[in-house]
Ligand binder design. Structure first.
Ligand SMILES: Nc1ncnc2c1ncn2[C@@H]1O[C@H](COP(=O)(O)OP(=O)(O)O)[C@@H](O)[C@H]1O
Ligand SMILES: C[C@@](O)(CCOP(=O)(O)O)CC(=O)O
Length: 916
């Protein structure tokens, strides 16, 4: 065959005798006398087969979605053996590949399977040493089970195959160029010449997936067969799996056709249609992909990362590649010098998807040793020179500016580069070389302050680790609203919680991710925060009762400058920034991302804001080193020798955080609540921090203030019903306050009556002699009474009354009141002992039918909790393709992606939590 150099120019016409001839192969240059073949991109879109004209002239090839064809002696009888949609596709692929024959099967590996079935026991195969993991796996299988001998040669050196070539023995030479993932170039033409000379019967097979027929056509360099994973560039959209085999030799084609029919792995009609559709845009996609890939490779190379891409001037195989191919493709890889650093980079990208495979319109990032090549064992990977820290980038068609920016932010965030502001005001990016691992975390953090003052973090420093913190929501049984004005309230922690994760970053920024609030995500450069507005607290100085309005205004301004903020996300961000700044110390302003997710309804009266505030306060106090977290309690040891041993009575981590630490957290959670609510009583954050159940009286009023744990509460069952009517605690609390000021004679007696209720309830709950049935019926009556007072305070809502009526109706006969701020939100229903489960289920179902959500809850559980996973250990290893391609998903991504219903169980199962 003629060796055609494409240069985007005319294609070599398909070889003589090919069934693939059709009219669109020749183009519109008749005005110059002789018609010339169309260019490649034109060939891609002109799908026409003169031997298979459509009866209706449909301009797109129809999907013959049928297994069988009627009649006898027709062209098609059974789709395993042949199908018109697939025939069109095969004809088209043969045409654009300038091949005599093309076959399409169900995946790239299926293509290789069909090809290797040409081998028989005793045959020898020579393969490269930088092979795709799946290819390696199949060859190993054949070696162990098929009597095939496999030699791995360093094919980058064309002469390396020569010692293995044995006439009559070598049956197949398997090549790939450039190799995946190291982008090594193999001189296919020169190896083909050696094979012809030394083992003329051997078939040279080339995996051309990295290039596609657009950029490289190995048949033209002497190969016998070429296969592609059609899942990649040919289809381009990662919405199908396919494999393609092309060849010129009729005898080989016959054998391939036999195998495909015999094993039944030909591509289905629908996937054939999709692949045909994808091919039409292949050239235009790949043009964009490879020009962006060149920019990305140049960028990384200029930063000093060892980058593998045949288009780079320093690539050792560039000259050979340019002889063989018409472009450099869109896959490149680079090393960072540190596996953990590479994992952080991969985890920090957002636009680049973490995924195996390549060739699609979306850009992907992966670590081959953990993913596509994980099926090659670590020792073999090392032997073949596959670096464990290698990152592979597969460039898509997004705007290259976005891709570069996302990569740059990830490199910064991971600590692979630092951005330094020069005296001129310009920013310079510098590669940060990984540490040599002398107990330091393995990264240098250069502060973005204009001078390069490297700061090393130790693994033991809280800022260098990830931390989970969680806090419960609450149910107020008696006394909401009144508690703001000094009345005692009774509340308990519920088994719904807010969970947060702090992940360190190295780019001098703090990030806030609140997926529950419309996916709010923002970040701030720490140095650029409005520090001039801060009146810093002296060491140990408490915050004081009033918020610093100047700082509130300054941080509010910071959040206003950001897009996408709603009122609630903005409030949450203001609380976060206010605490961050108030708690910061001059010498340490840690950079990290704080992500919070909650499995309770937000703004429904269950204290989501206090649970969030507790997470924020704990994380910030801790990362600013205002508090320290306790060590895990030592396990029990048996007496041995002179040592008496030590008993550790298992408490599941409870009561491990000392009271002084909890008090400090509570004080700051209250400050965050003030930012969110204006005038909170402090009951919500107290429950979120201390857990359990308690009677709470706010300080500053006539009654004795305090926080007393209650015990009887724990054994009570409740149903929480969310009316789903949104409301705003701040304005409801302010509304009652206003009425109290305007109509004290009406409101004060109501508040006193509520105090009587809470005192009565408390006495009953603490009276252990009281018969259980008397307790339950008494509490039911108090619930009704308290609710009526809340109605008088003007904080009920028609939906809450509907819920009350429903739960009070037969056969349920239950007592319900609003809980929390009211105005919508949740109602709480007391479930007496022995209430049948089926009846409760029926009630829940009926409430759901009416559009409400219901949660059966246990109360009185743990308060705030903390847990730090060991770095790196917790990256989840999940199997992807075929069961043994693995990928490690960074903890922060897992946390973000977990389904809400599984969140609590997943987070709590990460390890040993310590609770207040
Ligand atoms: N999971 C969360 N993520 C971020 N902010 C939260 C979260 N939960 C609550 N908040 C903050 O708390 C506010 C809700 O407070 P509020 O209306 O009092 O409801 P609740 O009765 O649930 O405490 C939200 O608007 C938001 O500012
Ligand atoms: C109304 C009030 O008593 C409870 C507020 O609870 P919530 O925000 O609705 O969860 C106010 C308070 O105690 O701060």
């Amino acid at each position: 065959m003629v060796v055609a150099k494409l240069d985007n120019g005319p294609l070599t016409p398909v070889s003589e005798g090919t069934p693939a001839l059709d009219s669109p192969a020749s183009g519109p240059s008749a005005r110059y006398g002789k018609r010339r073949p169309y260019h490649f991109s034109t060939q891609c879109v002109t799908v026409e087969n003169p031997l298979q004209k459509d009866q209706y002239g449909s301009s797109s090839v129809p999907i013959y979605q049928t297994a069988t064809f009627k009649g006898m002696g027709g062209e098609y009888d059974y789709t395993r053996s042949g199908n018109p949609t697939r025939s069109h596709l095969e004809h088209h692929i043969a045409k654009i590949s300038s091949a005599a024959h093309a076959f399409v099967v169900s995946s790239g590996m299926a293509a290789l399977d069909v090809i290797t079935r040409l081998l028989k026991p005793g045959d020898e195969v020579i393969a490269g040493d930088d092979l795709y993991g799946g290819t390696n796996r199949l060859l190993t299988y054949l070696k162990n089970n098929g009597g095939i001998t496999v030699h791995h040669a360093h094919t980058t050196d064309a002469t390396a195959v020569v010692p293995y070539l044995r006439a009559g023995k070598t049956a197949m030479v398997l090549l790939e160029s450039p190799t995946n993932p190291l982008l090594k170039v193999v001189d296919i033409a020169s190896i083909c010449a050696s094979v012809r000379q030394l083992a003329p019967d051997a078939l040279v097979v080339v995996d051309n997936t990295m290039m596609s027929p657009y950029l490289q056509r190995p048949l033209e360099h002497g190969a016998d067969m070429v296969y592609d994973s059609g899942t990649k560039y040919l289809s381009g959209h990662h919405d199908l799996m396919a494999g393609v085999v092309v060849c010129d030799r009729d005898d080989v084609a016959q054998k391939l056709a036999f195998t495909i029919n015999a094993v039944g792995n030909a591509l289905s009609p629908f996937d054939s249609f999709l692949l045909l559709r994808g091919i039409k845009t292949m050239a235009i996609r790949m043009d964009r992909q490879q020009s962006s890939a060149m920019r990305v490779a140049t960028y990384l190379n200029n930063l000093g990362f060892k980058t593998f891409y045949p288009g780079l001037p320093n690539h050792p195989g560039r000259e050979i590649h340019e002889r063989l191919a018409n472009g450099y493709g869109a896959v490149l890889s680079f090393v960072t010098g540190d596996k953990a650093l590479s994992e952080r980079i991969v985890g920090a990208t957002r636009l680049w998807g973490i995924s195996v495979s390549f060739g699609a319109v979306n850009s992907l990032i992966s670590m081959p040793c953990l993913m596509s090549h994980a099926s090659i064992d670590a020792a073999t990977r090392a032997e073949r020179g596959l670096p464990e820290d290698l990152i592979r980038l597969c460039v898509g068609i997004e705007d290259p500016a976005d891709l570069l920016e996302d990569l740059e932010l990830a490199l910064l965030q991971a600590g692979a580069i630092s951005s330094v502001e020069l005296p001129s005001g310009e920013r310079r990016l510098t590669r940060v070389h990984p540490d040599d691992g002398t107990g330091l975390i393995g990264m240098a953090v250069e502060k973005i302050s204009g001078k390069l003052d490297g700061v090393h973090l130790k693994e033991t420093d809280p800022e260098s680790r990830e931390w989970f913190i969680s806090a419960p929501g609450k149910v107020i049984l008696f006394g909401e609203h009144a508690v703001v004005h000094g009345v005692t309230a009774i509340a308990a922690a519920v088994n719904l919680r807010c969970f947060s994760l702090t992940s360190p970053r190295q780019d001098g920024k703090i990030g806030l991710r609140l997926p529950d609030l419309g996916g709010y995500e923002e970040e701030w450069v720490v140095e650029d925060l409005p520090w001039e507005a801060l009146r810093a607290l002296a060491d140990g100085e408490p915050h004081g009762p009033v918020l610093d309005e100047q700082l509130i205004a300054a941080v509010t301004n910071e959040t206003l400058r950001k897009e996408k903020a709603t009122k609630s996300s903005q409030n949450a961000a203001v609380a976060f920034l206010y605490l961050y700044m108030m708690l910061a110390r001059d010498d340490s302003k840690p950079a990290f991302t704080f992500t919070a997710r909650s499995n309770m309804p937000i703004s429904a009266g269950l204290g989501s804001s206090a649970a969030y505030s507790t997470c924020v306060a704990s994380a910030l106090l801790f990362l600013h080193r205002r508090i320290s977290m306790p060590h895990e309690p030592a396990p029990s040891t048996a007496a041995h020798g002179m040592h008496p041993g030590h008993v550790h009575i298992s408490h599941g981590g409870r009561v491990a955080i000392p009271k002084e630490t909890a008090d400090e957290i509570n004080a700051w959670a209250f400050i965050s609540e003030k930012v969110l609510h204006g005038n909170p009583s402090g009951i919500d954050n107290s429950v979120a921090v201390y857990g359990g159940s308690l009677a709470y009286t706010r300080p500053g009023f006539a009654r004795k203030a305090g926080l007393d744990p209650l015990h009887g509460f724990k054994s009570l069952r409740f149903l929480l019903v969310d009316s789903k009517v949104p409301r705003d605690t701040k304005s409801l609390v302010a509304g009652v306050g206003k009425r109290k000021a305007e109509e004290p004679d009406v409101i004060n007696p109501i508040l006193d009556a509520i105090q009587d209720i809470t005192e009565e309830a408390r006495r009953a709950l603490e009276d252990h002699e009281l018969p259980r049935s008397t307790l339950i019926s008494g509490l039911g009556a108090l619930i009704d009474e308290n609710h009526d007072h809340l109605v008088s305070l003007g904080v009920s809502h028609p939906t809450l009354e509907i819920i009350r009526a429903k739960t009070a109706s037969a056969p349920y006969n239950l007592r319900t009141k609003l809980t929390g701020a009211g105005g919508g939100g949740c109602a709480v229903t007391l479930i007496p002992d022995g209430f049948p489960d089926e009846t409760l289920e029926q009630l829940v179902a009926e409430l759901r039918e009416e559009g409400f959500d219901a949660y059966a809850t246990t109360v009185g559980g743990s308060g705030m909790g903390v847990f730090s996973p060991r770095s790196g250990e917790d990256a989840e290893v999940i199997s992807t393709e075929g069961g043994d391609e693995q990928m490690r998903v960074p903890l922060s991504k897992q946390f973000l992606d977990k389904d809400k219903t599984e969140l609590a169980q997943w987070v709590e199962a990460r390890g040993r939590w310590l609770y207040v």
